[in-house]
Structures are given as structure tokens and as C-alpha cells.
Ligand binder design. Structure first.
Ligand code: NAD
Ligand code: UGA
Length: 479
């Protein structure tokens, strides 16, 4: 008889905790899932009857929420109660890069993980399996174990006991539900086989057994960081080649297709774009850099750091190309930015290339009109750290006097957003940007007007036939 599992708690109702627990709840109807968070607003949004108000946008999530919410899936701020009743606790809190103190700029800030571990130590009852779901530096399980055991001794709660397991998450935003439904693998690292089997049994409800890998805990932690580092490395590699394409009349899409056919390389994750964004790649590589430096592995550290450096360079390079093509100045010119999230099908903007590119253009004095189907104006204000200018009918008359301002446009439907603009800059590959009517748009713009396509999604002939000049990332034959 294995360890019985009836109640599960997840600390952290974010991009990982929310969808992961929703998927598990839908696959394990006999188990209760309590997702808790300190952020009251977020919990309120998770409980909102209007599903378009869920705190995160993820295709397929709403359907699963309908199936599970308030049946065997509950969102709340009552952390104590959720921990007390839990047989398994997932720690799924944020682990951003530290901004100050030892390791600032590289190592992960573990204060939220530590706080979670302390709460677990305080409220748990009997035996509990504590699972690291957050991405953590190697050997963090040791830290969690220490916190749990010292709290147990200090509070003289000898009746409580724990096993700490590592179960990193590999979902990508925008495809989270699909990734959770059929993962390439589920990784479980730990020492106690029974605890590992109990966690593995949850996944066995829908994941084939051969995809559930058991490793030691340190391999599991390191495998997560390494996966992200390898994925990010591919993007930095292909983006560096896009710059070569632009000066040699080669086309990055053709190069990608050709190398992707090599089965040793494979075709996925070879789309050149404006540079990788998101909350994880940069932070996880820097974490690896920090770890390497800590162990005196200088060459290893600089190898991985260069992956991030190329990405920064690449984003800067795109803003410089835009300025150069617009006769060396964008001051007081209206530019339309299409897409602000770090990739399509998510409302997440963390580390989005759009933030860096827009900031560079604003510094150059451009007036930006920004559109994104899922990101709202207040999020963009937070990211750019500049308040928006109110736009009247998407017009730029309010821009005339000032330079370096931006406005938000809710819709691109009537093409008004393009009035009097000098360029359209596509930064996110949203489906609706593939279907734009360039003939109509061109009529509204100031000639010679430009389209900058950093995601290679427009139909080049349609853009050129409309009389617009086109720059496409990694295409040496652009105007
Ligand atoms: P997130 O910021 O969206 O969510 C984290 C949540 O934890 C927040 O809502 C925050 O309020 C809550 N929280 C923090 N401290 C808490 C505490 N003490 N008690 C209760 N709640 C607390 O972060 P995320 O994107 O879900 O990422 C979580 C972890 O998963 C990170 O380590 C990340 O690297 C990893 N990860 C993320 C992704 C992704 O695609 N976003 C994928 C795989 C792994
Ligand atoms: C990434 C990994 O893909 C997940 O496996 C991992 O779990 C997650 O990080 C994490 O640990 O947080 P995510 O950041 O959500 O997922 O999104 P990706 O699809 O990996 O995209 C990251 C960035 O790379 C985006 O800006 C995207 O536009 C860019 N990208 C991706 C490219 O430029 N080209 C590609 O071919 C693929």
C-alpha cells in the first residue's frame, strides 16, 4: 500500500501553479487541489465568474477551469488551512534574479521559496511530501529541508515529518495546457522512493509510465536549468546567424529550414525573432552562470553568459536598424508597435523584447502607438515606466508637441491606428497580424512608409505590392 493522497496544496497561483493544478485536478477527480497565494487580487481573478478575467491567458485553460473549479479545485488566500490538510505541497512561487546583495544580477532570489518553506514548517501536520515546482538553483532542496527540520526542532513539533522532492515544470506559456496534457517527460528527483512513487502516481493518471523519469534530486534541479539554457542557446545561435543573413542576401528562414532537416539538430526552436523574452530563460542561464562562477568554473560561466549577451545585443540591433532606415531619426515620428507580450498566446510581458525595443525607440524621441490583443495599458505602463498619452481615435494629434511618448490602442480593426504613421513594427507573432490588409494600411501611412517584421509573419508580396518598404529579420533581400 503506497502513501495515500487525498489533499494537495500548491503555494503560488501564477503561470505555473494555476494551469498545473488545473490540469491535475481535471485528471485526478478524486483528489482535492487547493491553490493558495498571498496576492489577493490574483486569487479573486482566479475565482471570477467571468472567465475572460482569469489572471492569465492560456489557450484551453478556461474549459478546464469550468470542469474543475469549486469541484475539486479551489483558489484561496487561506494558506494555513491548505497546508494543514495537505498530503503533498507544491511550492510554485516566483524565483526572479536577485536585484541586490550577494549574487545580485545573477543568482535567484529565494526569499519567496524560503517564506513558503517556513509556512509549511509552521502549519503542516503529520507526514508531508514537499515538492519543488519552482525552478531552483542546484542544491536548494537542501535549504528547504534545513528550514523544515530546524522549524520542526525549534517549535518542538516532533510529530511532523517531510520528504522533499524536485519536480520541475517544463511547460511553455501559450501552450501550457497542451504541454501539461502530453508532456515530453515528467521529472521527479528525490531520495525516498515511496514519496517519489506517490508523486509519480498522480501523473500516471494521464502520463505514460515511460515518460516519468526518476533521478536523484540534484540531477533533477540541474536538468531544469540545463533544458532552458540549451533552448535559449539555440535562439541566440539562430539570431546571431540572422545578422549574417542580412549582410549576405541569405534568408534566415531558408537557413533554419535547411539545418532543421538534420535529424541531429531538428526543426523546433529555430525561429529567429526579436530575441528571447519571458520570465525564465535569462534568469535561469544567469543562475547557471552564478553557479559556475561559485565553483570557480570561469570558462563555463562565460560560455553561458554569452548566450544572454547575444540576446541583449540582438534586441538593441533591431531598434538601431529601425532608426537607420527611417533616415537616421525617429524624433516625433509616429510608429505603430504590434505586439507587446514576449510571444503569442500569452498576456505575460516579463522580459519581453518589446520592452527593450520600445524603450530604445522612446529614447530616440519616437511617438509609439502600441497594440496587443491580451496585454493591457497598465501593464505596458509598468514595463515602460512612462505614463501613456491619451489617444483620440488613435490619432496622433496629441503627440505633435511632445516626443518620446506612447499611447495604447485597444483595436486594430478599423486600421485607424495606422493614420499618419511612418512605420509598423511587428514584435509578437499574434495570429491577427498575419491577416492585415496592407493595401488599406499603406493609404493611411506617411510615405515612404516601412514595415519591420521581426517575426517573419507577413506576406512579403502583399506588403511590397501595397507600396510599403519591408525589412524582415534575417532577410538579406529586404529593401
Ligand atoms: P508567477 O510570478 O506567475 O507566480 C508566482 C506566484 O507565487 C505569485 O502569484 C506570488 O504572489 C506567489 N507567491 C510568492 N510568495 C508566496 C508565498 N510565500 N505564499 C503564497 N504565494 C506566494 O511565477 P511563475 O511564472 O508561475 O513561475 C513560478 C516558478 O516556476 C518560477 O520558479 C519559474 O522559474 C518556474 N517556471 C515558470 C514557467 C513559466 O512558463 N512561467 C515554466 C516553468 C517553470
Ligand atoms: C520556456 C521553455 O520553453 C519551457 O520549457 C520552460 O518550462 C519555461 O521556459 C520556463 O522554465 O519558464 P517560455 O519562456 O514560456 O518557456 O516560452 P518559449 O516558447 O520557450 O519562448 C521563449 C522566448 O523564445 C520567446 O520570446 C519566444 O518568442 C522565443 N523563441 C522561441 C524564439 O525566438 N524562437 C523560437 O523558435 C522559439
Amino acid at each position: 500500500m503506497g502513501i495515500p493522497i487525498k489533499n494537495i496544496c500548491c503555494i503560488g497561483a501564477g503561470y505555473v501553479g494555476g494551469p498545473t493544478m488545473t490540469m491535475m485536478a481535471s485528471k485526478c477527480p478524486d483528489i482535492n487541489f487547493n491553490v493558495v497565494d498571498i496576492n489577493e487580487e490574483r486569487i479573486k481573478s482566479w475565482n471570477n465568474k467571468n472567465l475572460s478575467k482569469l489572471p492569465i491567458f492560456e489557450p484551453g485553460l478556461e474549459e478546464l477551469i469550468i470542469k474543475t473549479r469549486n469541484k475539486n479545485l479551489f483558489f484561496s488566500t487561506d494558506i494555513k488551512e491548505a497546508i494543514e490538510s495537505a498530503d503533498i505541497i507544491f511550492i510554485s512561487v516566483n524565483t526572479p534574479t536577485k536585484t541586490k546583495g550577494l549574487g545580485a544580477g545573477k543568482s535567484s532570489d529565494l526569499k519567496w521559496v524560503e517564506a513558503s518553506a517556513r509556512e509549511v514548517a509552521r502549519y503542516s501536520k503529520g507526514y508531508t511530501i514537499v515538492v519543488e515546482k519552482s525552478t531552483l538553483p542546484v542544491r536548494t532542496a537542501e535549504v528547504i529541508e534545513n528550514i523544515l527540520n530546524s522549524a520542526k526542532t525549534n517549535s518542538k513539533r516532533e510529530e511532523i515529518s517531510f520528504d522533499v522532492l524536485s519536480n520541475p515544470e517544463f511547460l511553455a506559456e501559450g501552450t501550457a495546457i497542451k504541454d501539461l496534457d502530453s508532456p515530453d517527460r515528467v521529472l521527479i528527483g528525490g531520495e525516498n522512493k515511496n514519496a517519489m512513487i506517490a508523486l509519480g502516481n498522480l501523473y500516471k493518471a494521464w502520463v505514460p509510465e515511460e515518460k516519468i523519469l526518476f533521478t536523484n534530486i540534484w540531477s533533477s534541479e540541474l536538468a531544469k536549468l540545463t533544458s532552458n539554457a540549451f533552448l535559449a542557446q539555440r535562439i541566440s545561435a539562430i539570431n546571431s546567424i540572422s545578422a549574417i543573413c542580412e549582410v549576405t542576401e541569405a534568408d534566415i528562414r531558408e537557413v533554419s529550414r535547411a539545418i532543421g532537416k538534420d535529424s541531429r539538430i531538428g526543426s523546433k526552436f529555430l525561429d529567429s525573432g526579436p530575441g528571447f523574452g519571458g520570465s525564465c530563460f535569462k534568469k535561469d542561464i544567469l543562475n547557471l552562470v552564478y553557479l559556475s562562477e561559485y565553483f570557480g568554473l570561469t570558462e563555463v560561466a562565460s560560455f553561458w553568459e554569452s548566450v544572454v549577451q547575444i540576446n541583449n545585443w540582438h534586441q538593441k540591433r533591431i531598434s538601431e536598424i529601425i532608426v537607420k532606415k527611417l533616415f537616421g531619426t525617429v524624433t516625433n515620428k509616429k510608429l505603430v508597435i504590434l505586439g507587446f507580450s514576449f510571444k503569442a498566446n500569452t498576456n505575460d510581458t516579463r522580459e519581453s523584447a518589446a520592452i527593450h525595443i520600445c524603450r530604445n525607440l522612446l529614447n530616440e524621441g519616437a511617438n509609439l502607438v502600441i497594440h496587443d490583443p491580451k496585454v493591457n495599458s497598465s501593464q505596458i505602463t509598468n514595463d515602460l515606466k512612462i505614463n501613456p498619452t491619451k489617444l483620440i481615435d488613435n490619432d496622433n494629434s496629441s503627440f505633435d508637441k511632445k516626443s518620446g511618448t506612447w499611447g495604447f490602442s485597444k483595436s486594430i480593426n478599423n486600421n485607424e491606428i495606422f493614420n499618419n504613421s511612418y512605420a509598423v513594427i511587428i514584435l509578437t507573432e499574434w495570429e491577427e497580424y498575419r491577416k492585415l490588409n496592407w493595401k488599406l494600411i499603406a493609404k493611411k501611412m506617411v510615405p515612404p512608409a516601412w514595415v519591420f517584421d521581426s517575426r517573419s509573419i507577413v506576406n512579403t508580396n502583399e506588403v511590397k505590392d501595397a507600396g510599403l518598404r519591408l525589412w524582415r529579420l534575417g532577410n538579406g533581400l529586404s529593401d
